[in-house]
Design a protein around this ligand. Structure first.
Ligand SMILES: NC(=O)CC[C@H](N)C(=O)O
Length: 310
């Protein structure tokens, strides 16, 4: 880092980036997300044992949405190994919106292009081991608890239900993949699990801690436990760089250069290799589904503290 992290500097950057919230809109295709305050913006920056710096309304809670795709991928890779996982989901960026169905049909053999788009994430969730939805979700939550040291974290039933009741497009992705034998489980059960994983609720401090463990090669800095194997964190960070911001990933890599994953709740998790976890919440989204002010904030953070990995 070219400059030490200062609280005043972080406050200033949040104030500046907040001006951009007016250029975005909250996601309302999941009705419960439509209640979010579009003007809010918060950030936490975590560096292991050191203090967690934060700015904005940092106690506001939000749901992981697509950020959960990184965690389910970690779990599926730990459960099934790389060969199996990547026989059912690809490794290439799509350049299409996160919920697009088009390449499922045009790609041969028919498998989703990567685990960060909805089709790929649904296929990954289908690979998590467990006897029931409850057991699979419990295993995912245990991973979240082990990464954050916060055993209070759970999912928001209201958001999960709201998505489950309106997930027509995700249902159609699932039916298409079931036809092609990419998805094995019962579709309603899979969507029940997927919508609950997306509804895992936390604040930006906990999000920064999740990012930190990925940045720190899978090791929890407090318990010193290797929560995720090193080689899997490399895979996660690579997908975060190539596909983490949907079809804005290329521009984001140039302007920010930090492995990151966004979700339609307005969350962004950043993992700066070897040392920094970042959690951002700013629910006003651009047309591609990324937090407008959150991306601006990451851009200034990265340039000010020289965080680009490139
Ligand atoms: N981009 C996102 O955050 C999408 C997640 C959301 N739950 C969906 O499947 O539509």
């Amino acid at each position: 880092m070219t400059e030490c992290l200062h609280q005043e500097a972080l406050d200033e950057m949040v104030m500046e980036a907040k001006k951009f919230t007016k250029y975005g809109n909250v996601a309302d295709y999941i009705p419960a997300l439509g209640d979010a305050d579009p003007d809010t913006l918060s950030i936490a920056v975590y560096r292991g044992y050191e203090d967690c710096y934060s700015a904005g309304c940092i106690h506001e809670k939000f749901t992981l949405q697509s950020i959960s795709k990184v965690l389910t991928l970690a779990l599926a890779l730990m459960d099934r190994g790389e060969d199996y996982v990547f026989s059912r989901v690809g490794m290439e960026p799509t350049g299409d919106p996160f919920n697009s169905i088009v390449k499922l049909e045009s790609n041969r053999p028919s498998k989703p292009l990567n685990p960060m788009i909805n089709a790929g994430a649904l296929a990954v969730t289908d690979m998590i081991i467990g006897e029931s939805t409850g057991e699979k979700l419990g295993r995912l939550l245990s991973l979240v608890h082990e990464m954050t040291n916060n055993t209070d974290l759970g999912y928001c039933e209201r958001v999960a239900k709201s998505e489950f009741e309106t997930a027509y497009l995700n249902r159609s992705l699932c039916y298409f993949m079931k036809q092609h034998d990419v998805i094995k489980s019962d579709i309603e059960e899979l969507l029940d699990l997927y919508t609950k994983q997306c509804a895992i609720q936390l604040d930006c401090h906990d999000l920064a801690k999740l990012g930190y463990v990925i940045a720190n090669e899978g090791k929890n800095p407090v318990t010193e436990r290797q929560v995720i194997p090193l080689h899997i964190t490399r895979i996660l960070k690579t997908f975060m760089v190539t596909c983490g911001m949907y079809n804005s990933s290329g521009e984001f890599a140039i302007k920010v250069g930090i492995p990151a994953k966004s979700g339609v709740s307005g969350g962004i998790m950043g993992a700066v290799p070897h040392g920094i976890g970042i959690g951002i919440y700013g629910p006003a989204l651009d047309e591609r589904g990324n937090s407008v002010a959150g991306m601006k904030l990451l851009e200034s953070l990265s340039s000010r503290w020289d965080l680009s990995i490139f």
